[in-house]
Design a protein around this ligand. Structure first.
Ligand SMILES: Nc1nc2c(ncn2[C@@H]2O[C@H](COP(=O)(O)OP(=O)(O)O)[C@@H](O)[C@H]2O)c(=O)[nH]1
Ligand code: SF4
Ligand SMILES: [Mg+2]
Length: 395
């Protein structure tokens, strides 16, 4: 975890027809043979991701996709996966084979970029074979083969303007310079060896950024710590919330890392409203538990064991759970009574918001791990005190 988290990176995705040279251009830009290049159409199947620095833009994630003109059943699936990348793309690059020129399929993609308000550039590749006249500052002719204009393309990319990856503050709107913030971080067998987890690191960093004073302790030392200092707010790991809420006096604000991230990345009100669905579940209802990554860096058995257990106890009935992880998220959510998403620490706000919007569009309740856990344990209201407009929803 020495790197900028993937969820904080600007996503630059490369699209275009098969054999236009997407993978070759991506490799030329990253300086690595990251994607397989071949003249066999359809070589790149699943999107390929590569984190890099592109100054002055900063930390970016380069995404190479499969051709958008693929055919057949499998090809169609690849096209869908490529188009799905659009839901989290900040800057799009359309690669065109200069010897073939721009096609109807390329124009459709451009219309899609425009409809989604994604800034984009058009790259005419294979300039060694045919030199193209470019007409706007959003176009460039390059050759992945000879390296011509690859540096200029990097510079052009770095100049693109896009929405900030995270438009919302994590803590800056309620924590001020000089405020003391106490972070409760249990160090048990589920904590990773030798480091803190991403949300904890990010909250500490965000506190430091505003000049606040973050202090950390384990749940076991919380009572002792509160004898020494008097923080403005205590931020705890969700799983220790019950225990922590008994120790922290009512005069001190208390919330969890999950609540802060639910607000930072997505729609806190939406997930708080979604949690009330937990009170209206009946036997046989289908619940989708969706995780944003496949390696479960910090989620261990929360999604697979603990959450289903807590929810079943809360709902007092037999429920039907299913799971998705990583990039997969069902298009059709109609069968589900409730979606419970993970904290999405590895996802960008754009990616999480796409999932939340998908649920909203289909009128399906959606909540998240931290909010659902707090609700099942009867402590949601307290954890929202710091955000009165959201806690008002619970009255
Ligand atoms: N002459 C020439 N060939 C290229 C260039 N870029 C890619 N190619 C070739 O075009 C074919 C398809 O390239 P690839 O990067 O796999 O295309 P993709 O399907 O869009 O990812 C390969 O045979 C590449 O060697 C270029 O700038 N000039
Ligand atoms: S499952 Fe979700 S919250 Fe857990 S590590 Fe992955 S992205 Fe983060
Ligand atoms: Mg390719």
């Amino acid at each position: 975890m020495n790197d900028t988290p993937s969820g904080e990176r600007i996503q630059i995705a490369f699209f275009g027809k098969r054999n236009a040279g997407k993978s070759s251009v991506v490799n030329a830009i990253t300086g690595q043979n990251l994607s397989v290049v071949s003249d066999i159409k359809g070589t790149t199947t699943d999107p390929v991701y590569k984190a890099m620095e592109l100054l002055p833009l900063g930390a970016v994630m380069i995404v190479d996709t499969a051709g958008i003109d693929d055919t057949g059943e499998l090809g169609q699936l690849r096209v869908e996966k490529s188009l799905h990348v659009l839901t989290k793309t900040d800057i799009a690059v359309l690669i065109i084979d200069s010897t073939q020129g721009i096609s109807a399929i390329d124009e459709k993609l451009i219309a899609e970029f425009q409809a989604r308000k994604i800034s984009y550039i058009i790259v005419y590749n294979k300039s060694d074979k045919k030199a193209m006249q470019v007409n706007s500052i959003h176009e460039i002719a390059v050759s992945a083969k000879t390296g011509e204009n690859i540096q200029a393309l990097k510079e052009l990319l770095a100049k693109q303007v896009c929405q900030p990856v995270n438009p919302k503050p994590l803590v800056a709107d309620f924590i001020n310079t000089g405020d003391c913030v106490l972070l409760v971080i249990p160090i048990d067998e589920s904590a990773p060896k030798g480091r803190l987890i991403l949300p904890q690191q990010q909250v500490i960093r965000a506190c430091l950024e505003v000049g606040a004073i973050p202090i950390c302790c384990r749940d076991t030392e919380l009572a002792t710590t509160l004898k020494i200092i008097s923080p403005k707010i205590v931020i705890t790991d969700s799983q220790a919330f019950g225990k922590v809420s008994k120790i922290v006096p009512e005069t001190i604000y208390l919330t969890s890392f999950s609540i802060l991230f639910a607000r930072y990345k997505g729609d806190l009100e939406l997930v708080v409203r979604g949690a009330s669905k937990l009170d209206n579940l009946k036997t046989g209802d289908k619940i989708l538990i969706s995780e944003g990554c496949t390696h479960h860096r910090q989620c261990n058995d929360i999604g697979t064991v603990k959450l289903p257990h807590w929810i079943s106890e809360h709902a007092k009935c037999e429920l039907n759970f299913s799971w998705t992880s990583g990039n997969e998220f069902p298009k059709n959510l109609q069968d589900y009574s409730l979606i419970i998403h993970c904290g999405a620490c590895m996802l960008s706000p754009k990616a999480l918001q796409f999932r939340q919007n998908t649920a909203v569009a289909q009128n399906i309740s959606i909540t998240n791990y931290g909010t659902a856990i707090a609700h099942c344990h009867g402590i949601l209201k307290r954890s929202l005190e710091i955000f009165p407009e959201v806690s008002a929803l619970l009255k």
